[in-house]
Design a protein around this ligand. Structure first.
Ligand SMILES: *[C@@H]1O[C@H](CO)[C@@H](O)[C@H](O)[C@H]1NC(C)=O
Length: 314
């Protein structure tokens, strides 16, 4: 009898935790690319891990991942992944995390990779998020907050920069069937490894590390994405109590260019309409409203109640 109660109480407690706000936000990944994308998920040091650290997302497919309160970390899309038929080792043409399996298990993306970075429930209870090309670019990615309060701007890099990439930054993959293909675009730091481009050494602060012609290439194409380490003013966004959609290969959208975490961000368009990219036609964003899991349930009350019930029943 006691064992039965224990099981029941633990089940009840788990359910209570689930509905009461241990989960803070959801991330819904959608693959609009014409190929499979394998999202990689890396939790920041000291935050709870998510239910998965890597999975396959077929063309047109979506998957929602719950994140606990105060979670921080990053997401990216791996492309051209294969499993070696003899060794069973899983590797990706871009964004590989080096784990040898579909799960990244605590390893990050090998540059170049477009990154979506999040810190939930940070200063002032706000979520901070950005899309970064500081480690280069491998595929277009859009982050759209859903149902939050605050400025809550969409951010991302909506254009395919692989063909437009300067030749000194291009990552070319040879494929015997289709010839060589431009699959990613390195950052200047990755390509040339100098303190100026990497914002290291005496260039390790915002006064000395300035945009370069290379970072400007990324910034012109994707005005809201981080193009180098100190690009904060136009690249960091905030929203409170939101959930987020992360879309790989979004259609180029005409999102409203309202504000963000920093005053300057508000004036920056998501898409640079003065640039012409093939296939970058303007269509409206396919963002669906997602409910954010309630954070207002009193976790402590439920915990106390569950523990008391458990003690009484035993
Ligand atoms: C858009 O691109 C053009 C041409 O590269 C550039 O001069 C301009 O500054 C860019 N605009 C934004 C907002 O980044």
């Amino acid at each position: 009898m006691a064992r039965f109660c224990t099981v029941l109480c633990i089940a009840f407690l788990s359910f209570s935790l689930f509905v009461s706000g241990v989960f803070s936000a959801s991330f819904t990944f959608t693959n609009n690319c014409g190929y499979t994308v394998w999202p990689g998920l890396l939790s920041g040091a000291g935050t709870s891990p998510l239910e998965t650290t890597g999975f396959a997302l077929n063309q047109g497919e979506s998957r929602t991942i719950m994140a606990p309160q105060s979670w921080s970390g990053r997401f990216w899309g791996r492309t051209l992944c294969t499993t070696d038929p003899t060794t069973g080792k899983f590797t990706c043409g871009t964004g590989d995390c080096g784990s040898g399996t579909m799960e990244c298990s605590g390893s990050g993306a090998t540059p170049p990779a477009t990154l979506a970075e999040f810190t939930l429930d940070g200063s002032g209870g706000m979520d901070f998020y950005d899309v970064s090309l500081v480690d280069g670019y491998n595929l277009p990615l859009l982050v759209v907050p859903q149902g939050g309060s605050g400025t809550c701007s969409a951010t991302g890099c909506l254009v395919d920069l692989n063909s437009a990439c300067p030749s000194s930054l291009k990552v070319i993959l040879d494929s015997s069937t289709e010839g060589s293909e431009s699959v990613a675009c390195k950052s200047a730091c990755e390509a040339f490894d100098t303190p100026e481009y990497c914002c290291s050494g005496e260039y390790g602060n915002p006064n000395t590390c300035k945009p370069s012609s290379y970072s400007q290439f990324f910034k012109n194409a994707c005005p809201r994405a981080y193009s180098y380490a100190y690009d904060d003013a136009t690249s960091t966004f905030t929203c409170t109590d939101a959930s987020y959609t992360i879309t790989f290969c979004p259609s180029t959208t005409s999102e409203k260019s309202s504000g963000g975490g920093y005053p300057e961000a508000a004036t920056v368009p998501l898409v640079n309409n003065t640039m012409v990219f093939s296939g970058a036609d303007q269509v409206s964003s396919a963002s669906h409203a997602l409910p954010r899991v309630s954070q207002h349930g009193s976790l402590l009350t439920i915990l106390a109640f569950s523990v008391l019930s458990l003690l009484r029943l035993l």
